[in-house]
Design a protein around this ligand. Structure first.
Ligand SMILES: NC(=O)c1ccc[n+]([C@@H]2O[C@H](COP(=O)([O-])OP(=O)(O)OC[C@H]3O[C@@H](n4cnc5c(N)ncnc54)[C@H](O)[C@@H]3O)[C@@H](O)[C@H]2O)c1
Ligand SMILES: CC(C)[C@H](C(=O)O)[C@@H](O)C(=O)O
Ligand SMILES: [Mg+2]
Length: 356
């Protein structure tokens, strides 16, 4: 069980330390190997995804990823920016299925910005296609605007696209996931405006023929954003494209109390995966010891479940997180009056101590 540990930038190394402590406390023969990635990769090796890091990620059975991004690198040419590390890993490893479960732990009902009755009992799964869409479509760039009122000026452009096979495989992932849950899939698109997403809707509808035991509903993305804050518990599985999934999952994170609570799994066709919190490197709180490590710790539980099939170990971690929350421990992002404010390290140590 070889795991590539890629801490990255900002709070990445802080939250990763805690996840590694938890993994080491499980008593399993994990082989953990750490490598630099993102801004840290660029600083050490001149590239956000150094060759050695990519090689390690490819040969490991799973990757545990912290976060990348640092404003000091935002002026670099795009290919050298930290974010290219995670985009490159997703592309190189074929990680097309991104699972982002938004679950509200009962103790955090008051930490959400939404009313407790709106979010209590929340358990939804966002399935985001991760290697297609406008994120990877070509051509893209800045060119001279060919026509219209701005002809002759510079224009920025990207290409939104989805191949049939890309839509089919993520639709299968969503329907199969729904079969293990409440058998409802909401496919989120913008079919009323975009050709790409009318095509998406048509293909998802076709794939649904094979899953008549699962209920399928289509929803436009603007409405989905509104419904997520109006009545989020109506959703079971949401499947959507790369761009919409990025945005909707951050919104869903707040339903759980904090983006620091939202783990994720990015899987290939064989359940090899990269596991990371859904949040970024949080430069505003980096180095202060106050980041919430639970999304990363819960991502490691997803790794044990999906890649290693060690369900009992994944449960141990999730139950330890529940116990720590029940004890009232809170990092500042989920703090509310009457609870105990702790830092990143204390939270990690408490999870280790709560493992049974
Ligand atoms: N997968 C990734 O590595 C990833 C994901 C998102 C953003 N980023 C990058 O991160 C950098 C910062 O981006 P951003 O500010 O838009 O998003 P962000 O997710 O880093 O931060 C947004 C807000 O959430 C807070 N936050 C995030 N994680 C937290 C945690 N674990 N505990 C407590 N609070 C937390 C931050 O303090 C900030 O106020 C950028 O360079 C961006 O490109 C990387
Ligand atoms: C850092 C960035 C490339 C990334 C994305 O847009 O996919 C992030 O926001 C995420 O949600 O994982
Ligand atoms: Mg995002």
């Amino acid at each position: 069980m070889k795991i590539a540990i890629l801490p990255g930038d900002g709070i990445g190394p802080e939250i990763m330390n805690e996840a590694v402590k938890v993994l080491n406390a499980l008593g399993e023969p994990f082989e953990l190997e750490t490598a630099q990635v993102g801004g840290a990769g660029y600083a050490a090796h001149g590239h956000p995804l150094p060759d050695g890091t990519l090689k390690l990620a490819k040969e490991a059975d799973a990757v545990l990823f912290g976060a990348v991004g640092d404003y000091q690198y935002d002026k670099l040419e795009r290919a050298l920016r930290p974010e290219q590390a995670i985009l490159g890993l997703r592309r190189e490893l074929g990680l097309f299925a991104n699972l982002r479960p938004a679950i509200l732990y009962p103790e955090l009902a008051g930490a959400s910005t939404l009313k407790p009755e709106v979010v209590s009992g929340l358990d939804i799964l966002i399935i985001r296609e991760l290697t297609g869409d406008i994120y990877f479509g070509k051509p893209r760039g800045v060119r001279e605007c060919p026509d219209g009122p701005f002809a002759g000026q510079r224009e920025g452009f990207d290409t939104m696209r989805y191949a049939e096979g890309e839509i089919r495989r993520i639709a299968h992932v969503a329907f199969q996931a729904a079969r293990k849950r409440s058998r409802r899939v909401t496919s989120v698109d913008k079919a009323n405006v975009l050709e790409t997403f009318q095509f998406w809707r048509d293909i998802v509808t076709e794939v649904h023929q094979e899953y008549q035991d699962v209920e399928l509903e289509h929803m436009y993305v603007d409405n989905a954003a509104m419904q997520l804050v109006r009545a989020p518990k109506k959703f079971d599985v949401i499947v959507t494209g790369n761009m919409f999934g990025d945005i909707l999952s951050d919104a869903a994170a707040m339903l759980t109390g904090s983006i620091g609570m939202l783990p994720s799994a990015s899987l290939d066709a064989n359940n090899k995966g990269l596991y990371e919190p859904s949040h970024g490197s949080a430069p505003d709180i980096a180095g202060k010891g106050m980041a919430n490590p639970l999304a990363t710790i819960l991502s490691s539980a997803m790794m044990l479940k999906f890649t290693f099939g060690r369900l009992e170990q994944a449960d141990r971690i999730e139950n330890a997180v529940k116990r720590v929350l029940a004890r009232g421990l809170r990092t500042p992002d989920i703090y509310e009056a009457g609870t105990i404010k702790v830092g990143t390290e204390e939270m990690g140590n408490a999870v280790v101590a709560a493992l049974q």
